[in-house]
Ligand binder design. Structure first.
Ligand SMILES: [Ca+2]
Ligand SMILES: [Ca+2]
Length: 401
């Protein structure tokens, strides 16, 4: 009873506040998140972002009031937060459990790209808010529970400790191709690495985009090249299918200002690779060391749904994920779709998008009836709901399981 008199005024104040909030709309007007709260299976809502455009309007707003600039990937952490790369804001950000958004890594005032700091860093690294990033693309959960950031335009892999927000460099320096056979942390160089994936042992596989190679960092920290002879397959003339992965050619975007290109996913001894500019997904059998075409025909297009994926046409495939049903989902970027392939039957289907690029009605609509504009990434939450990085619409779309 001692504390009762202290508690009572606060209780009264919060009842009053609740009353005022309700006057403003508890009864009839929908909550800002109502479209996502009411979502039926297979239907879609805008989960983060504003339909009105792209940019940066600050932190601490509800996710549906937060402007993004070309998100690329999303990762759900065991603590209930959802981290995403806000590519053209040069940030890694997260949705907190109260549905507000905060920046974790990168400068916000002003929004500015950069790299580092590196010199004189203590072992725990530097605070994320002091760290300069340039075009982060994909996010992964490390075996130790930290977040691995593929810092594409920094040519580096970074680690963020979700408990402290501190950032350290895993490997990488300036753009280059170096380090094979040596410790990655000391010697590895990449040229716009775009995506990465761990196997169950903790080996890391990396799409080294402009080097046209797949790199591996083993559990001892040694880096090697496991696929790609370094020449490009942009004309589709040669590819090395059916042969050793080390001799294969890839076609990921090159040049002075390319798009992020390529996707990689380890699953049950196989390494699936989105070969974006060749409009195919290929697969490396890691035990045999061989590479083969898995989906697509090397001719870009949008065809083949409900038939074998190997005969279907894709258009600029990127990020890959395994869904709760065990199927392989991927961002079919230039078709404005997310598609899925049943790994047992090899059959392909469209899961999200009409195939027409755009942004119109979304809220509560069937996922196959909404329009996307060049989606680069896909993700699943622990409940198996699907999220699409609707990159050129600068939003993240949720599709209920
Ligand atoms: Ca990925
Ligand atoms: Ca992803």
């Amino acid at each position: 009873m001692k504390n009762f008199s202290k508690l009572q005024p606060r209780l009264f104040a919060s009842v009053l506040a609740l009353g005022l909030v309700c006057l403003a709309g508890c009864e009839d007007e929908p909550n800002i998140d109502q479209p996502c709260k009411d979502l039926e299976p297979g239907h879609a809502c805008t989960w983060i972002g504003l339909r009105s455009g792209e940019g940066f309007n600050g932190d601490n707003l509800h996710r549906r009031e937060t402007l993004l600039n070309q998100p690329q990937d999303l990762l759900f952490l065991p603590d209930g937060t959802a981290w995403f790369t806000d590519f053209n804001n040069f940030l890694v950000r997260r949705v907190l459990t109260d549905d507000t958004v905060e920046s974790v890594v990168g400068l916000t005032n002003p929004i500015f790209p950069g790299d580092g700091p590196f010199s004189g860093l203590p072992p725990m690294g530097a605070n994320g808010s002091d760290w300069l990033l340039n075009h982060p693309t994909n996010l992964l959960m490390q075996p130790d529970g930290k977040v691995l950031v593929v810092a594409w335009h920094n040519h580096k892999l970074l680690t963020v400790d979700p408990d402290t927000g501190f950032v350290t460099v895993v490997c990488g320096g300036g753009a280059g191709y170096a380090g094979d056979g040596m410790l990655a942390a000391e010697s590895a160089l990449f040229k716009q690495l775009n995506d990465a994936s761990f196997d169950e042992a903790g080996n890391l596989y990396i799409v080294d985009q402009q080097n046209q190679r797949v790199r591996k960092i083993d559990t001892n920290g040694i880096i090697t090249t496991i696929a790609g002879d370094g020449t490009s397959n942009s004309d589709g003339a040669t590819n090395g299918d059916g042969g050793p992965a080390a001799m294969a050619q890839f076609s990921w975007a090159v040049g002075s200002n390319p798009n992020p290109s390529g996707g990689i996913l380890y699953h049950e001894g196989m390494l699936y690779l989105s070969e974006t500019e060749a409009d195919v997904i290929r697969v490396i059998d890691l035990e045999a060391g061989t590479i083969n075409r898995f989906a697509g025909t090397y001719e870009g297009g949008d065809s083949g749904d409900n038939g074998p994926a190997i005969n279907a046409q894709l258009n600029g495939p990127r990020d890959l994920e395994i869904g709760p049903d065990g199927d392989l989902y991927f961002a079919d970027t230039d078709n404005g779709k997310v598609r899925a392939i049943n790994l047992e039957t090899g059959m392909i289907r469209t899961v999200v998008g009409t195939g027409e690029l755009g942004i119109e009605d979304t809220e509560g609509m069937l996922a196959t009836e909404i329009k996307l504009r060049r989606p680069f990434g896909v993700a699943f939450d622990p409940d198996g709901n699907l999220y699409v990085m609707d990159t050129l619409n600068s939003r993240i779309v949720k599709v209920a399981r």
